[in-house]
Design a protein around this ligand. Structure first.
Ligand SMILES: C[S@@+](CC[C@H](N)C(=O)[O-])C[C@H]1O[C@@H](n2cnc3c(N)ncnc32)[C@H](O)[C@@H]1O
Length: 282
């Protein structure tokens, strides 16, 4: 009986082709041939939850679902959401220096007290909250600024976690203890410690579901865009279009951070290279 159930969950190459074409057109993620087993492992649970016998039934269900809910659930299951607080820490040092320059310009009346940062592909919130910690810590009167961090992701599952803003002891280990006690509340000590992001940070971070392949309702301009460890799943043409859209939304002199394993080198783009993974709108 158990082997019959397992057999019925087989994902053939042609079924995989249909699924990956759908994933590519809807969210830009390119799944290579080698991802068949991974997709199968991640979607088998969906099939069981839905009580479907095999992938033909599942593909049919996806095609007929006019609500788009199953597509969202499928993308949730397939996408990789690995993240951490202060991941790729040099970006946050760079941000701190940038903010210091911005404070000086605002003090001289050269620029308004306005700050807009976008975390595109924010996963479960560690990245935008790290940005907000740096902003709160570097700009003493941030409350008097028109400041906001927009944090978007495709996955509703990670956005729920991000909005909740509750993290285990293990997750907050990469936050400096001083900053942790300033910006987190310990809400549970037993059986395990749990920390909740405090209201000061929350007031600056706004989460929203946004597919980077779709329309973008926001107008910008942004001073900084973080799009780290997201484009790695897209093909070159998709990356090129995305990077150009980021450039359009950045203020002149605005900064784009990409992940440490990513590069714009092989793309046609109009950014000024600052240092590895840091680019500026000329
Ligand atoms: C590996 S995580 C990176 C999180 C964070 N930026 C970091 O570097 O720690 C990639 C995130 O990109 C999101 N993502 C993938 N494709 C997307 C798309 N088309 N639109 C919006 N978000 C997308 C995934 O849901 C996932 O949460």
């Amino acid at each position: 009986m158990a082997s019959a159930v397992l057999q019925s969950m087989e994902l053939t190459e042609s079924q995989f082709s249909e699924i990956r074409a759908l994933v590519k057109t809807t969210c830009g993620i390119s799944l290579g041939d080698e991802k068949l087993q991974l997709v199968k492992a991640r979607l088998n649970k969906r099939l069981r939850t839905l009580g479907l016998a095999d992938y033909d039934e599942y593909i049919n269900f996806l095609r007929c679902d006019r609500t788009g809910n199953e597509l969202t659930a499928m993308l949730d299951a397939i996408s990789t959401n690995l993240t951490s607080f202060f991941r790729e820490a040099d970006h946050f040092d760079y941000l701190e220096q940038m903010l210091k320059r911005k404070i000086a310009e605002a003090a001289n009346g050269k620029s308004p007290k306005r700050l807009r940062i976008w975390s595109a592909g924010c996963s479960s919130g560690e990245e935008p909250y790290s940005i907000a910690i740096v902003a709160c810590n570097s700009v003493p009167d941030l409350k008097s600024w028109d400041a906001a961090v927009l944090a978007t992701d495709l996955s509703t599952r990670v956005l729920e976690k991000a909005t909740e803003g509750v993290y285990s002891d293990e997750r907050v280990k990469t936050v400096n203890p001083q900053l942790r006690s300033r910006y987190f509340e310990c809400i549970q000590t037993r059986p395990d410690r749990l920390y909740r992001v405090n209201d000061t940070l929350r007031s600056f971070v706004h989460f929203s579901r946004l597919n980077l392949m779709g329309d973008w309702p926001m107008r910008g301009p942004f001073d900084v865009i973080f799009c780290r460890n997201v484009m790695i799943y897209f093909d070159k043409a998709t990356q090129g279009r995305l990077v150009e859209r980021f450039r359009e939304l950045l203020a002149p002199g605005g900064t784009l951070f990409i992940g440490h394993s990513e590069s714009l080198t092989s793309l046609k783009h109009q950014f000024r290279y600052v240092q590895p993974t840091v680019y500026e709108k000329a």
